[in-house]
Every structure is written in C-alpha cells, then in structure tokens.
Design a protein around this ligand. Structure first.
Ligand code: TYD
Ligand code: MG
Length: 456
C-alpha cells in the first residue's frame, strides 16, 4: 500500500487525475493541473463505525444542556436574517461569496457584533487582518462594545482546537482562502486546501451545533476561487454584490437548504459601515418622478418583496456596420428577443441604431415580467417621447407580441401606490379593485399605439 500518493488536481474544476496533462481531461481548461500529495491517515485504514442517532433525539453536543434549542439564531441585521431564511440555523455552514473589496468583512463584522449583543457567543477569526485592525474597524463602525471574540489565525488545526474549546454559537471565518491545513501538501488558497479546510469546518459545525460563516473571494471569472468545491459542502451560499461606483450592496441567496433563494438584502455602504435599506424601491428609482424619454419604472418582485426600479434605454445612430446592443442589469438574450418582437410584430425597427439598456442602481433583474417595461423604455427612447409621469410598467411579452399577466400583480400595484405612483401599464384584467389606475393592453402593438406617436 502506498502511504504517500502524488495526484494532480485541476485548480478550475477540482478534478483529480493520476497523470499530469497540459489540459484538464475533465473540464478542458489549460494549465490548471497542479501536483499535490495525499498522505494516508496516520491510523491506517481502520475505522470506527459511524455513530447512529435517532431522528427524534437532539444531535448537537454543545446544545444538549440547554432547555430550548433556538430554531434560528436571529442576528438582528434584518436584511441578512431574511436572506438566510429568517436567521441562521444552528449548526449550519454558510458561504458568503463576493469580489474583494465589496464589503464582506464589513458585513460580517456587523453581523458578528449584532449577534454578540444578543447574547450569542460569537467568534471572528481573520486570516487577512490583525486583531488590532479588526478592533480599529469595529471602533470606526461604532461596534467596539460588542462582546465578539477576535483572533488572527490561519492554521486550521489551531482554529479547530479553539472552536472545540470555546463552544461558539456563531463563528466567522474571513476568509476560507487564507486557511491552511498541515494534513495537505498544497499551497494556501489552492483547491485542495480550500476543500479540506471547508470540509473540516463544516464537520465541526454539524457536530457542535456551531454555525460557521465563511468568506470566499470570487475570481475574475465570477467563480469562487478554488472552484465551486465549497458550494457543495455548505448549507447556504450567499453572494454579496455591488456595482463599482454605486454605494448599494445586494446580498443574494444562490443556494439555501433552509430558506428561499430568491430573497435579496439591500445595504448601502457609508462611512460607518453598511446601512440596511428596508425600502429599496426609493433607492432604485433615480431622482424624483420626472421621467425623461427612454425611462420607465418597472414594478418588480425580488424574493418576497416588491421593488420598483427604473429601466433606462438609449437609442443612438450607429457609427459601425454592426450596431451595438449593450445591456447592464438585464439579460442580453432577452433584449434581443424584445427587439425582434418590436420589429416583426409592431413594425418598430431599430435597424442601424445602437441600443443601450440599463437598470438603475446596480440591481439585476431576472424576471420576464420586465419585458413590457424594457420594450416601452426602448420605444420611448426611439421616438423621444416620455412615458406618462407617475406610471409603473410590468408584464411578460410572448414571441407573438402578446402581453401576459404575471404573478403577484397586487403586490406590485400596492408598492406603486405606496411610493406615490398613480397608474400602471400592464396586461388587461390584472386584479379587481386595483390601488392605482390600471391601463391593460393585450398586445405590445396595442400599447405602443396608445402611448406613442406611431407611423414613422
Ligand atoms: P471590506 O469589508 O474590507 O471588503 P471585503 O471583505 O469584501 O474585501 O470592505 C472594503 C471596502 O469598503 C473599502 O473599499 C472601504 C469600504 N468601507 C466603507 O466605505 N465604509 C466603511 O465603514 C468600511 C468599514 C469600509
Ligand atoms: Mg475582507
């Protein structure tokens, strides 16, 4: 039996191969195979039988002595708790992924401080900053009184020992890429190290009922560095996003074993850390209700909340043979479809014109319900005709050019009424007794005919 085996791990897909190759046989990426050694465990291959436990009996060792197990640990940062599904489940592992500098450490320090102030035992372990730096940051954010236990440490073994002894309710690891395990001969931050360290932490979380939140930096390609291996191990993956130049940050659940994944939490980065934005509509609407041509307000739904957001279109003569189609915050395939429907079903052509579509505030819209809003913003830009003031738009458009009713119309209309809008353009017969005046159109052509000067 070989005690020491050399294998090659792809740094992109995590595939393990016995021979080196220039191209990974599994994912096809070039120059990603790295030699790594795996040692057999010191005790040989013998094993203890797995410990079985009845479903109706409590598992967590550290929680055994408590009278009552909280179903969720509420941290008090509402935007964070909601994305988690109503608080952090004890013993769960959560990965927070995001670009370097987006504000992950800031968010988690606030989460840690808030949770600690609510009588939870919280540890914050950083491999990126010294304890004094974390203290300084906390002081700037007005959190220095919170009883959070800080440590600057990168050795997995040392961290695990501390966690076993301290019996935390919640532990923050910032970041998983800075940890290293001495059981593996691979460089810090490599796939094998990240996988091994995350695996050990998740195991500890389950065993002791300690919730672990790990920070993961994403690579340029948008993947979590040391590919997606960690995503499979954890219970929830939350991505923290923000557009450069905007103060808004959006926490989005991309995987959650204990809650819905379509929730978003909205924050605003300021001098004293992240501020929660409980009513995001006001933030995505741009300035006032004065609408220029090319602008339309979409009444959308993000997770459980209705959100109003401004969509802006610009149409300009193209200087090149192939006109440009650029879109920020929406799907470019969807834009191509809407342009095709406008051209062939409504006789509105964008031929040799550049088309730009932008969602204000750095939000990303995934709903097909935004079709009608995008289409009307485009026609408004093309004809240089503003849409009616104080009006929201929503509805899905089919390839035949029909406007379809979308789900949760009532919530969308209520949000519009709450924010001072007084009419809505959508499919006919959305709901009875709408809170604002509804103008229903069965087809896109009909809507365009009623709203814009046609026949150019
Ligand atoms: P950070 O949380 O360190 O990002 P990450 O952990 O995701 O790498 O946030 C860094 C950025 O946030 C940095 O550009 C400074 C900014 N920031 C503020 O604007 N206000 C603040 O109060 C703090 C703490 C950071
Ligand atoms: Mg950080």
């Amino acid at each position: 039996m070989t005690k020491h085996q050399t294998l090659y791990t792809c740094q992109s897909c995590g595939g393990v191969h016995s021979k080196w190759a220039g191209q990974c046989p599994a994912c096809g990426q070039w120059n990603t195979l790295v030699q790594e050694s795996f040692s057999a465990p010191p005790g040989g291959l013998k094993a203890e039988p797995a410990k079985l436990s009845r479903m109706n009996k409590l598992q967590f060792e550290t929680l055994d002595s408590r009278d009552e197990i909280p179903a969720r640990m509420v941290t008090g940062i509402d935007e964070f708790d909601r994305v988690c599904g109503g608080g952090v489940v004890p013993g769960s592992a959560i990965l927070i992924a995001g670009d370097p500098g987006v504000g992950k450490s800031t968010l988690l320090l606030q989460v840690a401080a808030n949770a600690a102030s609510r009588n939870l035992r919280v540890g914050y372990i950083s491999g990126e900053e010294a304890v004094e730096q974390i203290r300084g940051r906390a002081a700037r954010m007005g959190l220095s009184k919170a009883p959070v236990d800080l440590a600057a440490e990168t050795s997995l073994r040392t961290i695990l020992e501390a966690l076993k002894r301290e019996k935390f309710d919640l532990v923050i690891i910032d970041s998983i890429q800075t940890l290293w395990s001495d059981a593996i001969e691979a460089a810090q931050g490599s796939v094998s190290q990240v996988r091994a360290c995350a695996g050990e932490l998740v195991r500890l979380a389950k065993k002791h009922g300690t919730s672990v939140i790990m920070v993961g930096h994403v690579t340029k390609e948008g993947q979590i560095a040391g590919p997606r291996v960690v995503e499979h191990m954890v219970d929830a993956v939350l991505s923290f996003e923000g557009e450069r130049g905007y103060p808004f940050r959006i926490l989005r659940g991309t995987k959650n074993r204990f809650g819905a994944t379509d929730e978003i939490g909205v924050f605003e980065m300021g001098d004293a850390g992240l501020r929660e934005v409980p009513n995001p509509s006001a933030l995505f609407l741009g300035d006032g209700h004065e609408r220029a041509s090319g602008s339309a307000v979409f009444a959308g739904i993000e997770g459980s909340r209705p959100v109003l957001v401004e969509m802006q279109a610009l149409v300009a003569p193209s200087a090149y043979g192939t006109p440009r189609r650029a879109v920020v915050g929406w799907d470019s395939g969807r834009l191509a479809m809407i342009l095709a429907v406008l051209e062939s079903r409504c006789g509105v052509g964008f031929g040799q014109k550049d088309v730009y579509l932008n969602v204000a505030g750095g939000l990303r819209i995934n709903e097909p319900a935004a079709d009608l809003c995008a289409a009307l913003a485009l026609v408004s830009a093309l004809t240089d005709t503003p849409l009616p003031r104080d009006c929201v738009v929503f509805g899905e458009i089919s390839l035949s050019g029909d406007v379809r009713t979308v789900s949760r119309s009532e919530g969308r209309l209520k949000e519009a009424a709450k924010l001072g809008f007084n009419s809505a353009i959508t499919a006919p017969a959305a709901i009875d007794n709408p809170p604002v005046k509804v103008r229903g159109f069965a087809s896109l052509a009909e809507a365009i005919g009623a709203l814009f000067p046609v026949g150019e």
